[in-house]
Design a protein around this ligand. Sequence first.
Ligand code: FAD
Length: 225
Amino acid sequence: MSDHTHGRALSATERTRHRRLREQGGIDRADLDAVLAEGFLCHLGVRVDGHLRVLPTVYGADAETLYFHGSVASRSLVQAPGTEVCLTVTHLDGLVLARSVFEHGVNYRSAMIFGTPRPVTDPEEKLTGLRLLTEQAAPGQWDYARRPSRKELAATALLALSLDEASVKIRTGPPDDGDGPDAGLPVWAGVLPMRTVRGPLEADPLLSEGHTPPPHLTALTTKGI
Ligand SMILES: Cc1cc2nc3c(=O)[nH]c(=O)nc-3n(C[C@H](O)[C@H](O)[C@H](O)COP(=O)(O)OP(=O)(O)OC[C@H]3O[C@@H](n4cnc5c(N)ncnc54)[C@H](O)[C@@H]3O)c2cc1C
């Protein structure tokens, strides 16, 4: 991703301009690439039948576009193309334990993307988008597992969201009250780091004998998120 976007600035529209805690706002397009590359789960805010909903869902992204998918029967996905959506990706890095409750917070990296998604109907782009989705979550699975059949493709809606209007926010480091009036309080302060970890693989009990996990999956169990 970063090869294409290296050195580019993030969009600065009226919507994506940070107002509060501006120092945490990323301005480099590479910040967005890094946040997107590290995850595969997002939250899609979309209006359905006039009501707002926020859906957790998986995504895959290339340099310009983020793809998300679901059933063609999903009303959120069917209605999303005609409407503006707001999609977020969040990585939680730690709990910031300050001297005062007021200064407690979290260390995180997050991205927010605005736009009107388009349905992907071109068969080649549909396969490309689904491959990105699969590979983002489990690199190597697209080539390893059976690919979608024509019937499965017809049952799957794929939507594409441009990365043109996006913002990034990142907080790192210790609490902010170490040099303020509360510095002298007899209270421990610091950060409780938090990570998502991958556990050991658990074989399907229905797996027939002789199947061992492929290297690309065993490699995933030691890779951090
Ligand atoms: C895990 C987590 C927990 C949080 N908990 C709290 C909390 O308890 N209280 C709190 O006040 N804040 C919290 N935040 C920060 C929160 O997401 C907002 O950044 C903050 O509240 C400012 O909101 P605002 O509407 O005033 O932002 P504004 O500065 O008015 O937002 C303007 C624009 O900045 C961008 N922007 C704002 N926030 C983000 C973001 N997080 N990621 C990417 N782009 C962003 C968007 O494009 C937005 O339209 C948390 C963030 C994370 C990731």
